[in-house]
Design a protein around this ligand. Structure first.
Ligand code: PMP
Length: 353
């Protein structure tokens, strides 16, 4: 607290990102990063862009990147917005589209940045409880009282996904408000709502290159939707930062979209490792929620999650534990390489023995 802070700043309850430890050789399964590096073509594109042209500002509209995304998704560039990570894209969506008189709705267990944006932008909101199996119930979002709706699909940190027809029911049932589907993890087995964009002008789909394209360090996120929604995001962006994506991020982002083969190969490798991880944890007695993401959400009937997380850490493995009462007995474990997941399962076996 400082007397120099604005009133708003003194009321904020900021997001706390997962730990990025400085200790070497930890098995880091706590922030849902991809275990394999980005496409070699991305590294080459960034190296090529690292020249004297860095003295110049980047393209403020990131047109080449928006065109590459649009082409892959069979959209127009006017239906695509890009930002400095999907966190920035989401922040602009909260301010531009989800701040309305009636409350914004999102699940009680979800990405913990949503309530933080509500605090920053003073957005009225109401949380909707997940069902007993920690799943989103689409019917709960059909009462006609929302000012806007946002949820991740698959949801985080549960990893559970909704089928496309369930997402469509929510979008179609709320034609007068914006529904944002945060698809940070969709490429690990979920069904994307991008297929619905041409039919629903109230749908905004947000994705990121941080997870399935292994570029968390480059900070590239994007949104797809009706041009009116994109223009709303642009108005906020151009009232905030004209150049959110630097030259290297734009070049690397284009290369990442263009290397479809590498994308397919590495996302399938992660899904395959996930199957083995689920099996390994199941054999130790863990209850593991069905995951369509690059992480699993697991609890053990006999041992408190917080204690397991601490014991794993002593063995050089870090996973994420949340203090929220409904999920305080769960661990969120990122799918790493086969070897990392094997070491995690072996460490759990030792701890539970
Ligand atoms: N949405 C969800 C559900 C997430 O878990 C994350 C990662 N913390 C993000 C969005 C933001 O990812 P990024 O800013 O790296 O694109």
């Amino acid at each position: 607290m400082s007397r120099f802070w604005s009133h708003l700043v003194s009321t904020l309850d900021p997001y706390v990102p997962g730990e990025q430890p400085r200790i070497q050789n930890l098995i880091k399964l706590n922030t849902n990063e991809h275990p394999y590096g980005p496409s070699p073509k991305v590294i080459a594109a960034i190296a090529q862009a690292s020249d004297a042209s860095l003295r110049l500002y980047p393209d403020p509209t990131s047109l080449a990147l928006r065109q590459a995304i649009a082409q892959r998704e069979s959209l127009d560039a006017e239906q695509v917005f890009v930002g400095n990570g999907s966190d920035e894209v989401l922040a602009h969506a909260f301010q531009a589209l989800l701040k309305q008189e009636r409350p914004l709705l999102f699940p009680d267990i979800t990405y913990s940045f949503y309530p933080v944006y509500c605090g920053l932008y003073q957005i009225a909101h109401r949380t909707i409880a997940l069902d007993a199996a920690l799943a989103i119930r689409p019917e709960d979002y059909l009462h006609g009282d929302a000012g806007g709706i946002i949820f991740p699909n698959p949801n985080a940190p549960t990893g559970r996904g909704l089928a496309l027809d369930a997402v469509e029911r929510v979008v179609a049932g709320n034609p007068d408000v914006v529904v944002v589907i945060d698809e940070a993890y969709v490429d690990f087995g979920g069904q994307s709502a991008t297929l619905l964009i041409d039919r629903y002008p109230n749908l905004l789909v947000v994705q990121t290159m941080s997870k399935s394209r292994s570029l968390a360090g480059l900070r590239v996120g994007f949104a797809m939707g009706h041009p009116d929604l994109i223009q709303g995001l642009d108005r906020v962006k151009n009232s905030f930062n004209s150049y959110p994506l630097d030259r290297l991020a734009q070049a690397g982002g284009v290369a990442a979209i263009e290397d479809e083969a590498y994308f397919q190969q590495t996302r399938h490798a992660v899904m395959q490792t996930r199957d083995g991880l689920v099996e390994g944890l199941g054999a130790l007695g863990f209850d593991v929620l069905p995951s369509l993401a690059n992480f699993v959400f697991a609890s053990h009937p006999r041992r408190p999650a917080e204690g397991i997380a601490a014991a794993l850490r002593e063995r050089g493995v870090i996973v994420r534990h949340f203090r929220h009462p409904r999920i305080s007995n769960y661990l969120r474990i990122t799918v790493g390489t086969d070897q990392q997941c094997g070491q995690l399962v072996a460490a759990c076996a030792e701890i539970l023995a």
